[in-house]
Design a protein around this ligand. Structure first.
Ligand code: SF4
Ligand code: SF4
Length: 166
């Protein structure tokens, strides 16, 4: 078990977080699974990977932001039912925060709203990846949405998110 930041681990035994075994999409030569579905190799009762020594690179390399020290100690993804993953791609070369929903409804809760407000408030877009329905992208307040960004979002079937007023 790896420790990147003191006090932050994926856990052990029955206190192990396996949230990313549901949220990540895996596509390797001999095995694939969609995002949002439990991995068939995850033993849900014992909270462990049955093929741990041979798990795919996606699993080996994934480190959620909580594991890297972001957020409070009690906000491990299996407790919040949300996984945060800072990501750089395409239009968002400076990065955006992906939020994977581990159980349905978690993205609609106060915790998600509070984090989204906090992160967009310091200038980083937040992308919601719900278990069902369309993805939503929340922009920092006062960001001007260029036409090419709007067109790209439409092409990717991503809605523009709007937070309820505080
Ligand atoms: S979601 Fe984070 S804390 Fe949970 S198992 Fe994956 S990497 Fe570990
Ligand atoms: S292969 Fe193992 S570590 Fe990877 S998602 Fe499946 S159960 Fe989790």
């Amino acid at each position: 078990m790896e420790t990147i930041v003191p006090g932050r681990t994926c856990g052990t035994g029955n206190d192990r977080c396996t949230a990313c075994c549901k949220s990540l999409e895996i596509s390797v030569r001999d095995f694939s699974k969609p995002a949002g579905a439990w991995c068939p190799h995850c033993d849900l009762g014992r909270k462990m990977c049955r093929i741990y020594p041979y798990r795919p690179p996606t699993c080996r390399t994934f480190r959620c932001e909580w594991l890297k020290g972001w957020g409070d100690a009690d906000e491990r993804p299996d407790r919040t039912q949300l996984i945060f993953d800072f990501h750089k791609e395409g239009f968002f070369a400076d990065g955006l925060l992906q939020v994977f929903e581990v159980s349905e409804g978690a993205l609609e809760g106060d915790f998600a709203i509070q984090k989204t407000r906090e992160v967009t408030g310091y200038g980083t877009p937040v992308l919601y990846l719900p278990l069902h329905g369309r993805k939503r992208l929340f922009f920092p307040p006062h960001d001007i949405l260029e036409a090419d960004i709007i067109a790209a979002l439409e092409k990717e079937d991503i809605d523009i998110g709007v937070l309820a007023s505080a």
